[in-house]
Design a protein around this ligand. Structure first.
Ligand code: ZN
Length: 138
């Protein structure tokens, strides 16, 4: 069995944002030389997510509005975690949106459904953060 590891780095200028990272994951799979296997893609931070959904701007707005209803950023004082930090909402949003995805690799390509795209979800940006890609197979 072969394996391949790569980190992607992000620094958003905003507190929250979504980035379609499907091309970078495809490139990692290509670089791995693995034709049949699996790729794990996970956020390495507890205030960011990796998830799969549609690359459609209306839906991205809906995610933002929905997450803000579930775990509003402000007032910061509503959360026990805040004090030295102000990112309690980001921890909660990350938990809802998930830590990682696993995608099958078939014939050297990501075996995604027709509208599936892989996203990095940032909920406490303005600093450098990482995503891990681990490809295994043969
Ligand atoms: Zn925190």
């Amino acid at each position: 069995m072969k394996s391949y590891r790569k980190e992607l780095w992000f620094q958003l200028s905003t507190r929250r944002g979504l980035i379609n990272i499907t091309p970078q994951v495809e490139e990692a799979v290509r670089a791995s030389g693995i034709a049949e296997g699996m790729v794990l893609v996970n956020a390495m931070h507890i205030t960011a997510s990796v998830f799969i959904n549609d690359d459609e701007s209306g839906l991205h707005h809906d995610f933002e509005a929905w997450l803000e209803r579930l775990a509003p950023e402000k007032p910061y004082s509503q959360y026990r975690h805040n004090g030295a930090e102000d990112n309690a909402d980001a921890h909660l949003k990350r938990t809802i949106m998930g830590r990682e995805v696993v995608v099958a690799i078939t014939g050297g390509r990501l075996d995604l459904g027709p509208w599936e795209q892989i996203f990095y979800g940032e909920f406490d940006g303005k600093r450098r953060k990482r995503v891990l890609i681990k490809v295994i197979g043969e």
